[in-house]
Design a protein around this ligand. Structure first.
Ligand code: GLY
Length: 338
């Protein structure tokens, strides 16, 4: 469900599934400070039994240690198989809580309530759950679908502009996959900043992601298209030692894949210009930072799991709304990635 201030809708949904158990709301320290009190009150006023816990905000919390703390919290509160866990927060909260829900007593129902633009259009939809390991991100996890996702855009009112725009990179990615209508809507929003337009965009992004996921839940085929801009994006992110956020790296990756697609796929330049123009409206940097050399980047790309010897599968843009997987020689990327 997409809308603004959806607590009543959440309560109505819980009634509609005849839920009368206990709810555990998991959040991080930032979101809990802003929203947990009101959220809890709304549910308890409706007669629901609610327990809450928070963990320190930040990617550093996405560990097996925090996972264990969540599991112990659920055990301590005697959560049973008929109870429900709610993830209230951004991508870290959703990934961690989803993984705890997937494994607690072999699976307990959970609901996603994403509070960042990035998690609204990406991680809250599709059931990817995970924690990081010292060896890398998202190395332990499962596919486990939430029973519902409530995309409440009123949470975006307190989101820092820069973090909001990092989420916009994934929104633009979805626009390129979906087609010009969505991309033009995104462009209008970036010019006029109307909240109704934002709601429409989020709705379209969720629908689009839902289509890819429902055709390929376990990421064996079509879902991989959602990685548009991510091969170079992930490489830039890891070469920056994660000083660049995922969204910042995806914006750079989208700019690069646009150039590559104009080169090897002959995507029309006017379409490339349209994409570059929309990306530039986010204010995010679009060039590979000077301290990341071509060698570092090519090296990082070769470690990508989509890499097979000296070739890699990347998602290219034939034209806006028409993307495809293409196997390219890593050497051929050198002409573009600099
Ligand atoms: N973030 C891409 C996916 O969920 O498949």
């Amino acid at each position: 469900m997409v809308g603004s201030d959806l607590k009543e809708e959440l309560i109505a949904y819980l009634k509609s599934i005849s839920f009368n158990g206990k709810i555990a709301v998991i959040s991080d320290s930032n979101v809990a400070g802003l929203y947990m009190g009101d959220f809890r009150r709304a549910l308890t006023d409706a007669g629901l039994t609610v327990v809450t816990m928070e963990f320190p905000a930040g990617e550093e919390s996405k560990t097996l240690k925090t996972y264990e703390i969540i599991i112990k919290f659920l055990l301590m509160n005697k959560m049973g198989r008929n109870d429900i866990v709610i993830a209230l927060g951004g991508g870290v909260t959703g990934d961690l809580t989803g993984f705890a829900a997937a494994t607690y007593m072999r699976g307990i129902r959970y609901i996603m309530i994403p509070t960042t633009l990035l998690s609204m259009v990406d991680s809250s939809v599709g059931g990817k759950t995970a924690v990081d390991m010292p060896e890398g991100k998202n190395l332990v996890g499962t596919f486990y679908q939430p029973i519902a996702v409530f995309e409440d855009i009123s949470y975006l009112n307190t989101l820092d502009e820069k973090i909001f725009m990092q989420g916009m990179a994934e929104v633009i990615k979805t626009g390129i996959l979906k087609g010009k209508d969505l991309l033009n809507l995104i462009s209008d929003y970036l010019d006029e900043r109307k909240s109704d337009t934002l709601e429409d965009i989020i709705f379209e992004c969720v629908l689009t992601k839902g289509e890819y996921v429902s055709e390929d839940e376990f990421d064996k085929g079509k879902r991989k298209m959602l990685n548009l801009g991510h091969t170079i994006g992930h490489a830039v992110e890891s070469c920056s030692r994660y000083t660049l956020s995922h969204g910042e790296a995806v914006a750079i990756g989208l700019n690069q894949i646009t150039m590559i697609s104009e080169g090897i796929e002959k995507m029309p330049h006017e379409e490339g210009n349209l994409i570059r123009n929309i990306l530039s409206k986010t204010g995010l940097g679009l060039d590979i930072p000077d301290n990341i050399s071509q060698d570092m980047l090519i090296d990082a790309i070769s470690y990508d799991k989509k890499c097979d010897h000296d070739k890699i599968d990347i998602i290219v843009i034939r034209s806006i709304g028409d993307c495809s997987v293409k196997r390219v020689a890593i050497d051929d990327l050198k002409a573009y990635v600099r």
